[in-house]
Design a protein around this ligand. Structure first.
Ligand SMILES: Cc1ncc(COP(=O)(O)O)c(C=O)c1O
Length: 360
């Protein structure tokens, strides 16, 4: 599977190197911010909480933020703390397989919830006999369809969760990159009942520079999460946290997101243009635009999945099937096309070569 991650030339290497060197020098004189706090460096948590306020409208305090090495270990902790065997967890279908695996390993039973162009179906959730214990959603850029959860659905979802005592896990994956249309505040920013646990990772924006993700814990769950986190994972690389804190404080993260976002937008336009020119009778791209990859639906009455994959390999055109995202069977002809790490000329060439092979 192709990773939708920035490549070396898209990363702010020079500024990161400078900050890293400066902080490693500081390390000679002080112990930086080593506190032995299981939730991570206080300075980093403060910088993330002000970033979240600016970027996502989340009004949390720094002590509600817990640092992890990504979203996946944060999900694992949520499962350990909150799930018992045979508990019900609802999640989008298709949905993020990493979350599904964590729930399955905890012995939870999964309710697949349909997704449409407005995101997860709240009417479907409303007609369940018993509400699940947890709901996992990707509202900013539904993984994998790309749909953004509409404002109306966000309100309905929060009302449903509050009425049923359901905890929502908001994975704000890809919130940084939208290529058109407006951005909406996160669910956690709209929540007044403490029903949302917020997750995000720097993996998508900074990839291999930092391997850090974080969770915002509702205040009422703080004590239990702090206790369990201190058993599972106590310390983090001090230097990496100090450098990331400074990177955020100096505005480098937002500058990088702005710059890389413009690049991905250009690449998204290059892909949609090339597909309209060469493939408009053969497939349709998802309307929503964001992130670094897009869903494509091919005319399955004309092309088998095998034929699509064969032509893509031959044309060196990156695409992969959506099958991993489904509990049930994926619809035939459904694929994901990563575009963020390819320049416009490569995208145009790849689409043309693929179209020539597939449409003969
Ligand atoms: C919805 C979603 N959340 C999280 C992640 C990855 O998070 P991490 O690698 O930090 O665990 C991915 C990666 O593909 C994803 O698709």
């Amino acid at each position: 599977m192709y990773q939708s991650l920035p490549t070396g030339d898209q990363l702010p290497l020079a500024v990161w190197r400078k900050i890293l060197v400066k902080n490693s020098r500081l390390l000679e004189e002080t112990s930086l911010d080593y506190t032995g706090d299981a939730f991570g460096s206080i300075r980093l948590r403060k910088s993330i909480s002000s970033y979240l306020r600016r970027a996502r409208g989340v009004m949390c305090d720094w002590d509600q933020i817990a640092i992890f090495s990504g979203s996946q270990p944060a999900l694992d902790l949520i499962c350990r703390v909150l799930l018992d065997r045979n508990d019900w967890v609802a999640m989008e279908e298709p949905g993020y397989f990493g979350a599904r695996r964590s729930f399955a390993v905890s012995g939870a039973k999964i309710i697949p919830v349909p997704v449409d162009e407005e995101g997860i179906s709240v009417p479907f959730l409303r007609q369940l006999d018993t509400p699940p214990k947890l709901l996992f959603v990707t509202p900013s850029h539904q993984d994998p369809t790309g749909a953004m959860l509409s404002l109306r659905r966000r309100q309905e979802l929060l009302t449903w969760a509050a009425e049923g005592g359901v905890l929502i896990i908001e994975d704000d994956n890809d919130c940084e990159y939208r290529h058109g249309g407006r951005t909406l505040p996160s669910l956690m920013a709209m929540d007044e009942k403490g029903s949302v646990i917020y997750l995000n990772t720097f993996w998508r924006t900074l990839s291999s520079l930092v391997r850090i993700g974080y969770m915002v814990v509702p205040r009422r769950l703080l004590a239990v999460f702090t206790f369990v986190k201190s058993i599972v994972e106590r310390d983090f690389p001090v230097l990496e946290q100090a450098a990331l804190a400074e990177f955020i404080e100096q505005g480098c993260l937002e500058r990088h997101i702005h710059k890389s976002g413009a690049l991905y937008r250009e690449r998204w336009h290059a892909l949609t243009h090339a597909c309209t020119v060469h493939l408009k009778d053969s497939m349709a791209l998802a309307k929503e635009s964001g992130g670094m990859r897009v869903m494509a639906r091919f005319d399955c009455s004309r092309f088998s999945n095998e034929r699509i994959i064969e032509a893509a390999c031959e044309a060196d055109f990156p695409l992969f099937s959506s099958e991993n995202y489904y509990i049930g069977a994926a619809p035939p002809g459904e694929f994901l096309i990563p575009f963020g790490q390819f320049d416009q000329a490569t995208i145009a060439r790849g689409v043309k070569a693929f179209a020539e092979l597939i449409t003969v």
